[in-house]
Design a protein around this ligand. Structure first.
Ligand code: SRM
Ligand code: SF4
Length: 571
């Protein structure tokens, strides 16, 4: 490693305030209960503002009306966003109907937002309805535990593999991993479900530790050839390896992550490193070993430098790997060959190996709401009323109506069509994704979800102009450099800088294994469209055969590939 270019933040000094907060929280209780009774504010005060995140909630306010409220000397309109835990994105129609009703009747926006980590968020929950939201989830066997902050988040599992014999087995491991790595504190049950600690159980956190993890932690199970979960956005990825239709083990990859800060050279996106192969029965031990190594070695001084990707670079990949082997009592075998060929969802019907049908519905930006001309949220609820299989949420923010019998197929299709859920959609739109951003995200610097539909139409027009309608560019728009839309794994990524201005990254690939490079900074939308027009024109003119956009801009030297992000991400 070139030491000169080795960039880390402080690793010695005073612990970050987040560490004090966790330590003093009495296993995530803080004074949330008292705060719930405080009707003078619609929000949470002091440490509780952060502590509620461990319980799957973020405090937000409507940014569209923030200035107006300040002018009127009113408190911002505080409301919570609730994020459910849904390993592998699996949810039953009964569960769906319960959350649909809650979103319709008890929230400010009346919408459900499918996220790119295979779960859903409900925005706009007023303080008085928070407890109810958790109780409704609990009643149908769901929870929001550990979907945010310094814990292992919702565990992903490829959802585009129903034709694979190992899909359900892989999904069961995702569920087990999620449960195994959950916080053990009784705080969630006490605060939200009014459960008393009758047996006087003393709280302990054998895996996460009393002060939990240094930073958020993300886990995924990948079933090749699909990389719909974008494995390189995860701290810990298990690539399922099958032989003769049986799951025989996993390749382990550690240390992916995408978030950066504009211009801060100690931050960078990083693809995960291959550690080796493990047999199926070692998956929980290995997950525990990786997470506890990150727990013990991760940076607790500076949160900007705390994720596993930075720990790995600081201590060395080999050192981290051998610690994991020691803790898991395993010696990793050589990585088994695997091939990833796609990240896209297959929109429409597909038949699984069990002869059941699966319908993937394209939900633009994952936003389910009834629009004046298409009642898509009601459509999904109406499907849930008659569907006897389950729903699966994809990591591309789409919804799969899964396990449909031949008999039910046409009924479900009729409902979907009547509600505008099966309208024609271009390949370009299917392969475009945005994060939430305005008005709810407090960190948004520019529009994303509200801007994407218009922007995709512009790209569609350009593609059409050059006769490229059958092609697509993996496009991602994030409202800020936290990078929630995974723009730093896109062929064309936009990252918000300020309202109406974006940094433009190009050169990722279709399968999500290459980080794109910063191409131009601080562009207006008009400038972006002009540049894209030129780039698509040269791609059309100069591509080799079916060469894809990201590969083309790298091959022709329009941008240089990122070979080692710690050294050349910013060059
Ligand atoms: Fe994210 C913070 C939305 C996936 C990196 N993310 C946020 C918050 C909670 C803002 C906040 O902290 O107050 C956003 C809530 C907006 C809102 O109003 O709903 C938010 N992130 C989302 C979602 C909903 C985007 C979406 O449109 O689907 C995704 C929810 C996933 C889930 O169900 O758990 C979401 N976020 C991601 C991803 C992609 C992924 O995980 O595959 C990333 C990049 C991958 C990574 O972690 O490197 C991501 N979000 C962040 C970060 C930067 C973390 C870091 O490493 O520094 C933040 C800010 C933070 O944590 O400090 C953040
Ligand atoms: Fe908010 Fe930024 Fe994440 Fe978009 S990328 S949801 S703006 S934190």
């Amino acid at each position: 490693m070139n030491k000169k270019n080795f960039r880390v933040l402080r690793i010695e000094g005073k612990l970050s305030d987040a560490e004090r907060l966790k330590k003093q929280s009495n296993y995530l209780r803080g004074t949330i209960l008292e705060d719930l009774e405080n009707h003078l504010t619609g929000g949470f005060i002091g440490d509780n503002y952060f502590l509620i995140r461990f319980h799957g909630m973020y405090q937000q306010d409507d940014r569209d009306i923030r200035i107006e409220r300040i002018a009127q000397k009113l408190e911002p309109r505080y409301a919570m966003m609730l994020r459910c835990r849904l390993p592998g994105g699996m949810i039953t129609p009964t569960q769906w109907l319960a959350i649909d009703r809650f979103a319709t009747e008890k929230t400010l926006y009346g919408s459900i937002r499918l996220t790119n980590r295979q779960t859903f968020q409900i925005h706009g929950i007023l303080k008085k309805n928070i407890k109810l939201s958790h109780q409704i989830l609990h009643k149908v066997g769901l929870d929001a535990l550990a979907t945010a902050h310094d814990v292992n988040r919702n565990v992903l599992c490829t959802s585009n593999a129903v034709e694979s014999e190992i899909y359900y087995e892989a999904y069961r491991w995702a569920k087990k991993l999620s449960e195994y790595l959950l916080p053990q504190t009784r705080a969630y049950a006490e605060i939200w479900l009014d459960e008393k600690n009758k047996d006087n159980i003393i709280d302990q956190e054998p895996i996460l530790g009393e002060t939990y993890l240094p930073r958020k932690f993300k886990t995924a199970i990948v079933i090749p050839p699909y990389n719909d979960v974008d494995l390189h956005a995860n701290d810990l990825s298990f690539i399922a390896i099958a032989s003769e239709g049986k799951l025989i083990g996993f390749n382990l990859l550690v240390g992916g992550g995408l978030s950066i800060e504009h211009g801060k050279k100690f931050t960078y996106a990083r693809t995960a490193s291959e550690f080796g192969f493990l047999p199926v029965h070692k998956i929980l031990d290995v997950a525990k070993a990786v997470i506890t190594t990150q727990r013990d070695w991760g940076n607790r001084i500076d949160r900007n430098n705390a994720k596993t990707k930075y720990t790995l670079e600081r201590v060395g990949i080999e050192q981290f790997k051998s610690e994991v082997e020691k803790r898991a009592k395993i010696e990793f075998k050589t990585i088994h060959p695997y091939e990833l060929t796609t990240r896209s969802d297959h929109i429409g019907w597909i038949q699984g190996i069990d002869n059941k049908w699966h319908l993937t519905l394209f939900i633009e930006n994952g936003r389910l709401i009834d629009y004046p001309r298409s009642f898509i949220k009601s459509g999904v609820a109406n499907i849930a009323k008659i569907h006897t299989g389950h729903f699966r949420l994809s990591a591309n923010q789409n919804l799969i109506i899964s396990n449909v019998s031949e008999k039910q197929k046409s009924k479900i299709e009729n409902i979907a069509r009547q509600h505008g859920l099966m309208n024609e959609v271009s390949l370009q739109r299917v392969n475009s994704m945005a994060c939430v951003a305005f008005p709810t995200c407090p960190l948004a610097m520019a529009e994303a979800e509200r801007f994407l539909p218009f922007f995709v139409s512009k790209i569609e027009q350009i593609m059409h102009k050059y006769g490229m309608d059958e092609e697509y560019i993996i496009l991602r728009v994030s409202g800020c450099p936290n990078g929630c839309a995974r723009a730093l794994l896109a062929e064309l990524g936009l990252i918000g800088k300020s309202p109406g201005r974006y940094n433009m990254y190009i050169g990722g690939n279709h399968i999500g294994t290459r980080i794109p490079r910063l191409f131009r900074e601080n562009l207006t939308i008009e400038e972006i469209i002009t540049l894209i027009d030129k780039l698509i024109a040269s791609w059309k003119e100069g591509r080799n055969g079916h060469e894809q956009f990201g590969d083309f801009v790298i091959r022709t030297g329009i941008v240089k590939p990122i070979l080692n992000p710690i050294i050349d991400f910013w060059e």
